[in-house]
Design a protein around this ligand. Structure first.
Ligand code: SIN
Length: 325
C-alpha cells in the first residue's frame, strides 16, 4: 500500500530557478508546491503526496515567522491518522536550524524528513528530484520513526541534532557530528546504521509564540570586552559564545561574560570549530556557564531560546538539556 505523506514547502534552492545554465542568475523559492508535486509525479514514487505552501523564500530569511506556521501545520499532520509521515522542503543555508528546532518541538511518533537541494531546478545536475525521491523513501519507512527529525541530502540520512552544512557548493554539502550519518538512501534502497534511539516520543520542548533574545558572540583573535558589550542589548537573555578551540575565550571577554552571568544572563560556551565538542571545565561551575557539548553555536542558540522560553533559568538544568540534546 502507498504511504500517505504530507509535504510542507518553505522554498530554497530545491524550489529555485537559475534562468540560465551558464550565467549567474539564480532565485531561491520560485516553484510553488503544486507545480513541484506535478514535476515529482513523473518519478512514479510509491507514495500519495499532498502539499502545503508554508512560505517560498530563501532560507536566509527563515526564522520564527516561518517556524510558527510550519510547526503548527506539522503538529496537525502528525496527529492525523491519515498521515504516515512528513516531508519539509527547505533552503539548505539554514536547514540545520529549522530541522533542529522541529526535532526539539515535534513528537517522534512518525517520520519527519527535511530535504533541500544544492542546485536549482533548471540547473545541469539538479539534485532536488533525487533528494526528494530519497526523502519519500525515508518518510515512508516505519523504521524512520523514533529517530527524531531526519535530514536527507546527497544520498545520506542525518539526524537533525548532528547535521550541519559544510560547503557552499556541490551536492555533498552536509556532514554530521558527532555521528556522521545514520543511514544511506537512494530512490531504490534504504539502509539504517542502527536502531531508532528515541523512546521519548513526546516533543521535548514547546514552541511558545515569543522566543527570547539570545545573541551569538563570535570569538576571534583580538576580540575585546567593549565589542562584546556593544553587541548585547538590555533585552538579551542569553549568550552563546562561538569560542576558539574547545569553547575558549580571551580573558577580558570571559570577565565580561561572568559579569553578565551574575546579572542573570545565561552563557553557553560553544566552539567556532566545525566539529567542536565542548565539555564542561571546572571554571564553568564558578562562572555559572553552560557547555554546549556537541551543538554548534546556531543550534545551541535555538535550544537555549526554547529552554528560556519554557521558564528554565538554572544553569545546571540547562546543562542537563545540552548533555541530552
Ligand atoms: C537557501 O538556503 O534558501 C538558498 C540556498 C539553498 O537552498 O541551497
Amino acid at each position: 500500500m502507498k504511504s500517505k505523506l504530507t509535504v510542507l514547502a518553505t522554498g530554497g534552492t530545491i524550489a529555485g530557478i537559475a534562468g540560465s545554465a551558464i550565467a549567474k542568475d539564480y532565485r531561491a523559492g520560485e516553484i510553488g508546491i503544486e507545480d513541484y508535486l506535478e514535476r515529482v509525479g513523473g518519478l512514479g514514487l510509491e507514495a500519495e503526496l499532498s502539499g502545503t505552501q508554508i512560505a517560498n523564500i530563501d532560507s536566509a530569511d527563515v526564522g520564527p515567522a516561518v517556524w510558527h506556521p510550519l510547526h503548527a501545520r506539522a503538529m496537525e499532520a502528525l496527529a492525523d491518522e491519515e498521515c504516515d509521515g512528513l516531508i519539509v522542503t527547505h533552503g539548505t543555508d539554514t536547514l540545520e536550524e529549522t530541522a533542529f528546532l522541529l526535532d526539539l518541538t515535534l513528537p517522534a511518533n512518525k517520520p519527519v524528513v527535511v530535504v533541500g537541494a544544492m542546485r536549482p531546478a533548471d540547473a545541469v545536475g539538479y539534485d532536488g528530484l533525487r533528494n526528494f525521491a530519497n526523502a519519500v523513501r525515508v518518510a515512508s519507512d516505519a523504521q524512520a520513526a523514533g529517530r527524531g527529525v531526519l535530514v536527507v541530502m546527497g544520498d545520506r540520512i542525518f539526524a537533525a541534532r548532528d547535521v550541519y552544512k559544510v560547503r557552499t557548493r556541490g551536492t555533498e554539502a552536509f556532514r554530521g557530528f558527532p555521528r556522521e550519518s545514520v543511514g544511506m538512501v537512494t530512490p531504490a534502497s534504504l539502509e539504517w546504521f542502527g536502531a531508532p534511539w528515541r523512546s521519548d516520543t513526546p516533543a521535548r520542548c514547546g514552541l511558545p509564540k515569543d522566543l527570547p533574545e539570545v545573541a551569538i558572540v563570535y570569538v576571534y583573535a583580538g576580540l575585546d570586552a567593549q565589542s562584546v558589550s556593544r553587541q548585547l542589548g538590555s533585552a538579551t537573555r542569553g549568550v552563546v559564545v562561538a569560542g576558539v578551540g574547545e569553547g575558549n575565550l580571551p580573558e577580558c571577554v570571559r570577565q565580561e561574560l561572568v559579569k553578565l552571568a551574575r546579572e542573570g544572563t545565561l552563557v553557553v560556551r560553544a566552539s567556532r570549530a566545525d566539529e567542536g565538542m565542548v565539555d564542561r571545565e571546572p571554571d564553568d561551575n564558578t562562572n555559572a556557564f553552560v557547555a554546549a557539548r556537541a551543538l554548534n553555536p546556531q543550534k545551541a542558540r535555538i535550544l537555549l531560546q526554547l529552554l528560556l522560553a519554557g521558564g528554565e533559568t538554572e544553569p545546571a538544568a540547562i546543562q542537563r538539556a545540552f548533555d541530552g540534546r
